[in-house]
Design a protein around this ligand. Structure first.
Ligand code: ADP
Ligand code: MG
Length: 353
């Protein structure tokens, strides 16, 4: 059987590392006196996808679309309201505290802004060594040695262990954040916009480091980004999120060459094309207005208020995820025809199809 975002597999092949089904996360709003009357904000709405062992799965969408909440819910840092997260065959949503702790070691997070997420009053030695202490992994000299190895693994010098975060550049600090995540030898890493806060000139170095580490350590990544440019060269599959939902999912190449959802196409139109001639003839699709609030999302298709194709059907019927071509799923009543993105002339008028 095929699932959205899944890969058809004979039954005897290994199961995906992560299987997410119907994942939903609500946040209560304000503090209404009567619990049942409290309003909720649905940050993540009914996500189903799988992540294979060793792959880089990218989650892309505008700010506020629910990417970080999804990443946090996978690591059980946010309690899902509905749905399940299976990690290596175990349902994390009904694990006891002890088992959860053991599993948590296997899944780590790299944050967007290392200067905010790392404790500025701790020397690097303690920042990188702390997770080992928490999980009782290494002590004393052994831990000290591990810290030095980890710093070298991420391209820093071992003697930097004595220094404090303010002595580091943004890129170096992100390397420290990566070393800290690796300290407990995880198998799965959620990298939440790990290069967005960094200088453009060093973004590629950090991406290269993450790729290099993946090859050396056999890591599986969920890589979160707000635009498609970043993930193009490093992801195997891409899921595009809009207002809490996945609107399209597929192999990286499919998504870039022939997006099916108008929102994906709009996101792609902002990604520069290497060929200057093609680039000169392209017109970006400008989406009007902001993403609506998840407190009061549009009926039917959530993207319809900004979509140039939307009609009454889009307001009345919520589009289901449909496999448009093998391996590529999109939720749209009027999916894009197969064209090579980047070579087309994008002409968009308000009522144009
Ligand atoms: P993204 O990472 O894609 O920018 P987030 O997952 O951070 O999106 O947020 C999704 C939605 O959930 C946003 O509307 C955001 O304001 C809301 N949200 C996130 N965290 C909380 C929280 N702890 N309490 C209430 N609302 C939240
Ligand atoms: Mg975020």
């Amino acid at each position: 059987m095929r699932e959205p975002g899944g890969v058809a597999q004979p039954a005897d092949q290994v199961a995906p590392l992560l299987e997410v089904e119907g994942l939903t996360v609500d946040f209560p709003l304000g503090d209404g006196m009567i619990r049942s009357r409290r309003q909720h904000l649905r940050a993540v709405d009914d996500l189903t996808f799988t992540i294979e062992r060793g792959e880089t799965f990218a989650l892309v969408g505008e700010s506020g679309s629910g990417k970080s909440t999804t990443g946090r819910a996978l690591l059980q840092l946010e309690e899902p309201t509905h749905g399940s997260v299976r990690f290596d065959g175990t349902d994390l949503t009904d694990l006891g505290r002890r088992d959860m702790r053991r599993n948590r070691r296997r899944m780590q997070m790299i944050f967007q802004d290392p200067s905010a997420s790392l404790n500025g009053r701790m020397p690097i030695r303690d920042i990188v060594g702390e997770p080992m202490a928490v999980h009782h992994l290494a002590k004393g000299q052994h831990r000290e040695q591990r810290v030095r190895e980890l710093l070298e693994l991420v391209g820093l010098r071992a003697e930097m262990a004595d220094r404090y975060p303010h002595e580091f550049s943004g890129g170096q600090l992100q390397r420290v954040g990566i070393a800290r995540a690796l300290a407990v030898e995880p198998e799965f890493i959620v990298a939440d916009e790990p290069i967005s806060a960094l200088d453009v000139s060093i973004q590629a170095q950090v991406v290269n480091l993450l790729e290099d580490l993946q090859g050396r350590l056999g890591l599986t990544y969920l890589f979160i980004a707000h635009d498609l440019a970043v993930v193009r060269h490093l992801s195997d599959r891409v899921a595009v999120m809009y207002l809490g939902r996945i609107v399209e999912i597929g192999d990286c190449q499919q998504i870039y060459e022939a997006p099916k959802h108008p929102y994906t196409r709009a996101l792609l139109s902002a990604v520069p094309v290497p060929d200057p001639q093609v680039e000169a003839t392209r017109e970006p699709i400008i989406l009007h207005g902001d993403m609506p609030s998840p407190v009061d999302p549009p009926s039917g298709c959530r993207f319809r208020t900004r979509c140039w194709k939307a009609d009454q059907r889009c307001a009345d019927e919520t589009p289901e995820m449909v496999e448009q071509v093998p391996g590529q799923w999109a939720a749209c009543h009027y999916p894009e025809p197969a064209t090579a993105a980047g070579t087309e002339h994008v002409m968009v008028s308000k009522d144009g199809r």
